[in-house]
Write a protein that binds this ligand. Structure first.
Ligand code: HEM
Length: 534
């Protein structure tokens, strides 16, 4: 056979193979071919979804596609999005579907994975068992240390700061203020009040951290979705200053860890200065490594274990600090904005009356207030801080809704944005209406008991299953304390058109801002009534 014919034959075979692999199989033969596509190109390439992710518009693109095509859609050759509870989030997030590398590509600190980024179930659940107890509702509500932290943060930091802002007569940026107070809250519980941040009284430091964090977040797409390409392109896609900002955050958290370690060694002082989460993780890691050393017949050296585990500890607690700061500040900023709209002033007044009736304002009592709870739940629904995709990887022979025998290693994702806008569950889903969450016996309630149960099943602000938010109870507690601290004695009013309060359409939905402003509010201190300290 002449050489030319052999080459031609090879070329034809290669072309046939390429056509089969990249056209015929994904379009007609793949088990995913039965599933409706969000975009004509989705069965053939990831370009459409990657482009939406790069522009941080994915959440909206996926939502529009679900609204058109139903609860299970194909968004790339090997990627699905699912917007359903039964046959959807209940299957995907209740075990068996691992996290994959999407999280570990960016959520590693000091080069070490915290539990959030651990891809395998075994190591993740071991770490989660070490920490769940300090974040349990009963632990938090019974913690004298947290009680004292709350009192200091609200009475000595937040209220005086609001008073200053009110007295100035100028509108104030609430995104900064709320970021500062939630960071102080979460870092004080983790590391102890004296070791935690004090951004509320030092807004300059708070802003530095805020901008370092934004730098870290803005370039996440590249290493997260295109890790090999990013390694190859380096600073051409992720500028060097992002690494520097990240380094500053790591150094700051390491400083808090070192302060907490000293507090543990001193083992005395006020309850509010005890580093609850740090001490718990330290003791669990020491226990684990001591057992290992004993089983190998070696001496146990606690100081050496603490030194060896320094980065594991810091990485875990950096993640909790950032998770607590970012999500709660976004939620509270949207809440402040909603409550300050002229149409929602009646909700502000109802909240104030409810708070006036509540005397001790301890965590348990605040938790039981229906209006406060309804306002927060409605904000978490409409303005979920993590409304974007939470990807997982299918195990072999997975079943999702009517689709059986799905292959392993398919990326599947759900998003709170769409679950929370399901009109059959949340009527008039685009409107902020706390009354839907009020108990059916309340005079302003609009949902029956059965509707409330259904809303709870679809409510996904904190995720679900084994990877659900470990800090959800702390978040609810600190946000309720902050809301009570503000609207118990201050009135707020929106300034301008709120153009900055549009959601980002990525994994996290912070308000995107407009000309350097997010949520500008005017604050006024009320002279009477609810002015008791917490
Ligand atoms: C409004 C406040 C909060 C919201 C809306 C929120 C939301 C979430 C969501 C949706 C997840 C699952 C994410 C995923 O799998 O992709 C998550 C996980 C997590 N959150 Fe939160 N969170 C909040 C506050 C906090 C706080 C205060 C902490 C601090 C302790 C925290 C620590 C974590 C951690 C460590 C995980 C990973 C859990 C695991 O891997 O098992 N979060 N959060």
């Amino acid at each position: 056979m002449p050489l030319l014919s052999i080459a031609l034959l090879a070329l034809i075979s290669l072309s046939a193979l390429v056509i089969y692999k990249y056209l015929i199989h994904p379009l007609f033969l793949s088990p995913l071919a039965r599933i409706r596509s969000a975009h004509w190109s989705a069965p053939l390439s990831r370009l459409w979804i990657l482009n939406a992710r790069r522009q941080e518009l994915e959440t909206f693109a996926i939502h529009a596609a679900h609204s058109r095509l139903g609860p299970i859609i194909r968004i790339a050759p090997n990627e699905l999005s699912v917007n359903n509870v039964d046959g959807g989030i209940r299957t995907i997030y209740s075990g068996g579907y691992e996290k994959g590398t999407w999280y570990s590509n960016v959520f590693c600190n000091y080069g070490v994975s915290p539990m959030f980024a651990m891809s395998k179930h075994g190591e993740h659940s071991k770490r989660k068992r070490m920490l769940s107890n300090v974040y349990a509702k009963s632990t938090l509500q019974g913690s004298k240390g947290l009680d004292a932290i709350t009192e200091t943060l609200i009475n000595d930091r937040l209220i005086p700061r609001l008073r200053e802002l009110g007295a100035s007569g100028e509108p104030s940026e609430f995104y900064f203020l709320l970021s500062a107070i939630v960071t102080d809250f979460v870092s004080s519980y983790i590391f102890g009040l004296s070791q935690g941040s004090n951004f509320t009284q030092d807004p300059g430091m708070g802003k530095k951290f805020f901008w370092d964090y934004k730098a870290r977040q803005r370039f996440q797409f590249w290493p997260q979705d295109l890790p090999s390409f990013t390694r190859w392109m380096g600073k051409w896609v992720v500028p060097e200053w992002v690494g520097a900002a990240n380094g500053d955050i790591e150094a700051w958290v390491m400083g808090m860890c070192e302060g907490a370690e000293e507090a543990v060694r001193r083992a005395e002082g006020e309850e509010r200065d005890w580093p609850t989460v740090y001490a718990q993780l330290r003791s669990a890691l020491v226990k684990e490594d001591s057992a290992q050393a004993e089983s190998e017949g070696k001496d146990v050296d606690v100081a050496e274990i603490v030194r060896k585990r320094k980065l594991d500890t810091a990485s875990e607690l950096l993640d909790h600090t950032l998770a607590g700061f970012d999500t709660s500040s976004i939620t509270l900023t949207f809440l402040a904005w909603e409550l300050s709209k002229p149409a929602h002033i009646p909700w502000q007044e109802r909240l104030r009356s409810e708070l006036a009736e509540c005397h001790s304002k301890d965590a348990k009592e605040l938790d039981a207030l229906p209006i406060l709870h309804a306002i927060l739940m409605e904000t978490l629904r409409l303005h979920a801080a993590i409304p974007g995709n939470q990807p997982r990887i299918t195990p072999p022979n997975a079943t999702l809704g009517p689709y059986t025998n799905l292959p392993a290693n398919i990326r599947v994702q759900s998003q709170a944005w769409s679950l929370h806008r399901e009109p059959t569950v949340f009527p008039d889903p685009a409107s902020w209406d706390p009354s839907r969450w009020l108990p059916p016996t309340h005079s302003l309630a609009t949902s029956s008991e059965a509707q409330q149960r259904e809303m709870q099943r679809w409510f996904w602000a904190f995720g679900s299953g084994g990877r659900m938010c470990v800090g959800s109870n702390l978040a609810m507690l600190d946000m309720k304390a902050i809301i009570a601290g503000i609207w118990g004695r201050f009135r707020t009013e929106g300034v301008g058109e709120g153009k900055g309060m549009r959601h980002n359409g990525g994994y996290v939905a912070e308000p995107v801002g407009w000309e350097g402003e997010w949520c500008l509010l005017r604050v006024e201190e009320l002279s009477s009534g609810n002015a008791e300290e917490q």
